[in-house]
Design a protein around this ligand. Sequence first.
Ligand code: UD1
Length: 320
Amino acid sequence: MAKVLVTGGAGFIGSHLVRALLERGDSVRVLDNFATGKPRNLDGMLDVIDLREVDLRDADGVRAACAGMEYILHQGALPSVPRSVQDPRTSHEVNVNGTFNVLEGARLEGVRRVLYAASSSAYGDQPGFPRVETMVPQPLSPYATQKLTGELYMQTYWRVYGVETVCLRYFNIFGPRQDAESAYSGVMARFALQMIRGEQPTIFGDGLQGRDFTYVENVVSANLKSMSAPATSVAGGVFNVACGTRHTLLETYSGLARLLTYPHPVLHGPARDGDVRDSLADIQAARLAFGYEPLIGFAEGLRRTVAWYRKEYPPQEAEH
Ligand code: UD1
């Protein structure tokens, strides 16, 4: 039974990790400030976890949450490229200083391994597909730079202090419990809810931008596998976590529209500042280092996601 701290444990990805850790008998502590996470994401688990309402910017609170832990899955962050373009300071403080606080907590409290939710945004728009971890990063937005800075700090803490850090570069993760209600929500969640509500989604740009959309269960598996892999295979490493397939936004829109029998054609708006054009991962490094394999592909992920949003947001009865 491992002692694991999940930062951002009340968020979309974090809450999936918490559930999986509990299912295999680990002892789980959650750190969250509920800025984007929700207690509801931890329904049925609140009695069996140690929940700390702490902000990542609070160094003392973060350190206290690290005490006695063997592993940290650092998922807490202020996500969204456009949010970081709009308000770079707040996302910097959470994503860079917050990550630093987690590493300092880990070092001072003797935590063995820290897994970090890194981002595919690090690659930017450079030529060459699929993206391989050895490519030189070219971040295009404050968010991408912040997440990349976290990676560099992770590697430094391995080299200098021997904290076993592992950077998992997530490629556009989607699935149940992804927040759908914010202007900064991921596109899959946003479009699914807009279609369910009969609202018109907008595609920013021509819709031909591609993403390696990755169902959340694949990320859970990558975390569990890299937690137990030998340090010689993973410590100090950076690994893409994705499916290795690319789907355009237009395809994604029509896939969702088909499953939700949404009748309206696409509406296009201006392209978004800081947006990456295309994204597709090479997943060989994760395969070799810790036996990662994508478990759920795009089509099945889409079906499961739509089924969840349908249940979560049932159509409103007409008022009489
Ligand atoms: C980026 C990262 C991703 C990270 C995420 C965190 C890349 C390739 N991916 O995702 O790894 O997890 O930030 O926030 O950098 N869009 C619309 N209409 C909408 C909303 C979005 O057309 O209403 C478009 C966006 O312009 C973009 C695509 O959908 O082209 C995906 O957007 P989003 O879901 O926000 O994720 P990324 O910014 O790609």
